[in-house]
Write a protein that binds this ligand. Structure first.
Ligand SMILES: Cc1cc2nc3c(=O)[nH]c(=O)nc-3n(C[C@H](O)[C@H](O)[C@H](O)COP(=O)(O)O)c2cc1C
Length: 304
């Protein structure tokens, strides 16, 4: 029996491992029942949820790029009431902490969503203020410290759950945003959301994506994400969920060394739907090889 433990705690939540799923890439978990092992997941972060149901953007919404993918889903989701009444009762059986990622058009909507989700079955909420694929709201909150702080305060006022703010990489100085989040009372930060990109079809001379621009994710963004996690770790003392291009255990380990307390797996789920299981297995192996017994012995141990 391995003596290595991947159990940890994040913002006061007990986790079976520091491996979470990234919002929008793992559905509500049900889609991955045949591939994932929920007992080894730290948390399922569900698809971005809004007050009203949304159909998302029209046209082509996903395009493959040389080292990743572009998406402009546009927050398609069944709305918060459907999530609460239909989905949460079903996915509660996984016995895996559920974190709900929320998106509002206004500061007040974030508060309203936080209030509705202040219920059993939700362990924390993650504020998406950085979605590049919706016209209203979204990124506007995530690139300006004052409006981001207002969103955090509105959520905190309306929930007793830990509030995680998901930071946008589409800013000049990520550390400034992280500090603003800490000062506004966030309990944790997650980063990064996607980087804004585009692709063009040279035969039609049209953009590939229906929305023209989309969010870039996958291996292409990993060096940027890693650098940002490292910068944020130096700037604040809140717990961090690191993500962006984590495809295997080696990638995850790099994020832990840079200072992430947990990691989230996104695009990798589309390539290998059992990637969270493999990352869990290989992370354990790495700790064994290094004679480490606790994942926390790895966090922030970058030697510079
Ligand atoms: C298809 C798709 C949908 C996404 N939807 C959301 C979302 O609803 N809310 C959100 O905060 N992030 C969303 N993201 C961003 C991911 O959660 C993650 O931050 C990003 O993809 C970087 O991680 P990765 O490179 O491992 O995919 C989405 C990403 C993809 C690829």
């Amino acid at each position: 029996m391995s003596s290595v433990s991947l159990k940890t705690e994040f913002a006061g939540i007990k986790l079976n491992s520091p491996i979470m799923t990234a919002s929008g890439t793992f559905g509500f978990g049900e889609e991955f029942e045949d591939f994932a092992d929920f007992s080894t997941l730290g948390a399922i972060v569900v698809k971005g949820t809004t007050l009203e149901p949304r159909n998302g953007n029209r046209g082509i919404r996903i395009a493959e790029t040389p080292a990743g993918m572009l998406n402009c889903i546009g927050l398609e989701n069944p709305g918060v009431q459907f999530l609460v009444n239909e989905i949460l009762p079903r996915i509660g059986k996984y016995n895996c902490p559920i974190i709900v990622n929320i998106s509002g058009n206004t500061v007040e909507e974030y508060g309203e969503l936080a209030k509705i989700l202040d219920i059993d079955g939700v362990k924390a909420i993650e504020l998406n203020v950085s979605c590049p694929n919706v016209k209203e709201g979204g990124i506007a909150f995530g690139v300006e410290p004052k409006s981001m702080a207002a969103v955090i305060k509105a959520a905190k006022k309306n929930t007793g759950k830990p509030v995680i703010i998901k930071l946008s990489p589409n800013v000049t100085d990520i550390a400034v945003m992280a500090k603003a989040a800490e000062n506004a009372g966030a309990d944790a930060v997650s980063l990064i959301n996607t980087l804004i990109g585009m692709a063009i079809d040279i035969n039609t001379c049209k953009p590939v994506l229906g929305n023209i621009t989309g969010g870039l994710s996958g291996p292409a963004v990993k060096p940027v994400a890693l650098r940002m996690v490292w910068q944020v770790r130096k700037a604040i003392s809140l717990p961090i969920i690191g993500m962006g291009g984590i495809m295997n255990a080696q990638d995850a380990i790099e994020f832990f060394l840079a200072g992430a307390d947990a990691v989230a797996i996104g695009t990798a789920n589309f390539v290998e739907p059992d990637s969270t299981v493999k990352i869990y297995r290989d992370l354990k192996k790495y700790l064994e090889q290094k004679n480490l017994t606790d994942i926390r012995d790895l966090i922030g141990k970058l030697r510079t």
